[in-house]
Ligand binder design. Structure first.
Ligand code: ADP
Ligand code: MG
Ligand code: ZN
Length: 502
């Protein structure tokens, strides 16, 4: 851990003016297979600690792993979707190191023989297309999860630590980019767009539930700076386990400012892993990587090599979803948004949310309005990703249906959102429980209209005299009295009727 003074930071604009950032992104995707990578234990999230374990994933002596065919299938489909070559033969390797949440004292991974190599994906940021090279996608197993109990939440200063092995052995695919150059000041945004696109792709493939907040998609973000115009890469840092799209962007911005200050002062960046702190928005020093760690990799002797036949690979290729670019193009045409409107949807990470809301029967414009307006604002306030909000696209569609049916107006709809987000039930239940339906019943409205006329005789006189536009003030008074729950159209009709103006 770092101690002492806070590092100085260079202003971001100055940093990217003087230095050229080079990125490297390592994304871990937890596969949503029914069972673990090398045993038959279930993989469901949130089970009581240490209830989804067996001798294999606990690393007990004499137990033997068996490869999960479904995980290999997912790995191949992911590789193909990333435009990679699928190798015709590869092996698992043991990566040896000690960590209490890794019961075997080695992780079964792939090293110099990954299953998928040499792909590329295109991402778009601010109307420009960036091609991101994929170096490899390989299979491995997840570790267990340590919880350090104490005020720091980290191992340093903890009173004690506990370990849950439910996650140990869950299949992971690690996707590693080639160094990403030429993104300049947009580097953090390109990184975010790439991770966002990977997430969409994994979702479309149906291989992972890609919930970043639950850790089923995690990103390690490498970045180095080199002085403008120079060719050799600078020394990089690797910020570990960045768990939201927003954090990917923030962490990289921070590192660029921090490294910029070091280089400006004539210093040398320490090649190391760093930890991202969501609350304070800074990174702190982790493990030094100045000397490559020696993991003593060797081929896993307990597993046979994986040799997918060309026929199998072609069969799996036929199961690939529409590529993200084609998918976007199709939606852009179908929804009829302007380029700017569509880009905003993508930028907000809301493409699949708007899409699912439209599929549930809402117009594209209304779906976009709720997700990018009301819900984006709430997500920002709560500092969570849009999709982490406890509301589903069908629920948003149901709220819009209530608006369309005249049961609630836009203002009341916002209160329905409050209720659904607070866990009070379905939109219909919230309307009922909170008494939010618009009142269009003439007897209730009529009484309120009469009171408004009585309280505003001068306005009423103007309307009687033919100045129909003045009705707005009376409608407002009725709305206020009825807490916004009056049917505005009917109120207007009643006012004009009573004052003899048509
Ligand atoms: P490690 O074992 O340290 O995690 P990897 O090769 O798995 O290394 O991943 C390193 C990532 O950083 C890759 O995406 C790679 O392309 C990228 N990278 C390598 N060198 C640099 C550099 N100097 N600056 C930025 N990124 C780099
Ligand atoms: Mg790595
Ligand atoms: Zn097991």
């Amino acid at each position: 851990m770092t101690t002492g003074t806070m590092p100085s930071l260079l202003d971001y604009d100055e940093a990217v003016e003087r230095y050229d950032p080079v990125l490297g992104l390592e994304v871990h995707v937890e596969l949503s297979t029914v069972t673990k990578m090398f045993c038959g234990c279930p993989t469901e999230f949130g089970a009581p600690p240490n209830t989804q374990v067996c001798p294999v994933c606990l690393g007990l002596p004499g137990s033997l792993p068996v490869v999960n065919g479904k995980a290999v299938e997912s790995a191949i489909r992911i590789g193909l979707a990333l435009g990679c070559d699928i190798v015709d033969w590869c092996r698992f390797a043991r990566k040896n190191y000690f960590y209490p949440d890794m019961p075997k004292n080695y992780q079964i991974s792939q090293y110099d023989e990954p299953i998928a190599v040499n792909g590329e994906v295109e991402v778009e940021v601010e109307g420009r297309t960036y091609t991101i090279g994929i170096e490899r996608a390989h299979m491995e197993e997840d570790t267990g999860k340590s919880t350090h109990v104490g005020t720091s939440g980290r191992i340093h200063g903890a009173d004690y630590s506990i370990v849950d092995y439910n996650r140990a052995g869950i299949p992971l695919i690690e996707i590693v980019t080639k160094p990403i150059e030429g993104t300049g000041a947009l580097a953090p945004q390109v990184a975010r767009a790439y991770v966002s696109q990977l997430r969409d792709l994994m979702r479309a493939l149906g291989v992972s539930d890609v919930r970043m907040e639950q850790g089923s998609l995690r990103c390690d973000a490498n970045v180095s700076l080199r002085p403008q115009g120079e060719t050799p890469y600078g020394l990089r840092t690797e910020t570990k386990n960045v768990n939201s799209l927003r954090s990917v962007e923030r962490a990289l911005r921070y590192e660029i400012c921090r490294q910029g200050a070091i280089l400006d002062a004539g210093g040398k960046v320490t090649q190391e892993t760093r930890h991202w702190h969501e609350d304070t928005g800074i990174t702190t020093s982790g493990r030094s990587k100045e000397e490559a760690e020696d993991y003593r990799y060797f081929p896993e002797p307990d597993l046979v090599p994986v040799a997918p036949s060309p026929e199998w690979v072609e069969e799996l290729r036929a199961t690939l979803p529409e590529p993200p670019s084609a998918h976007r193009k199709r939606l852009a045409e179908a929804w009829g948004f302007t380029e700017m409107e569509f880009r905003d949807v993508i930028g907000a990470g809301a493409l699949h949310l708007v899409e699912a809301t439209v599929e549930a029967g809402t117009t594209p414009a209304a779906a976009r309005k709720w997700w990018l307006g009301e819900l984006a604002r709430r997500a920002k306030e709560a500092e969570v990703e849009l999709e982490a909000l406890p509301i589903t696209p069908p629920q948003v569609a149901a709220i819009q249906a209530l608006v369309d049916a005249g049961t609630v107006n836009d203002k009341l709809a916002r209160e329905v959102f409050d209720g659904v987000l607070a866990g009070e039930g379905t939109p219909e239940e919230v309307v009922k429980a909170r008494g939010l339906a618009v009142v269009s019943d003439d007897s209730a409205l009529g009484a309120a209209v009469d009171r408004a006329i009585e309280a505003n005789p001068d306005v009423a006189e103007k309307i009687r005299g033919g100045k129909v536009a003045a009705a707005g003030a009376l409608i407002g008074a009725v709305m206020k009295e009825m807490r916004g729950q009056a049917d505005a159209g009917r109120v207007r009709e009643l006012i004009l009727e009573r004052l003899g103006a048509e």
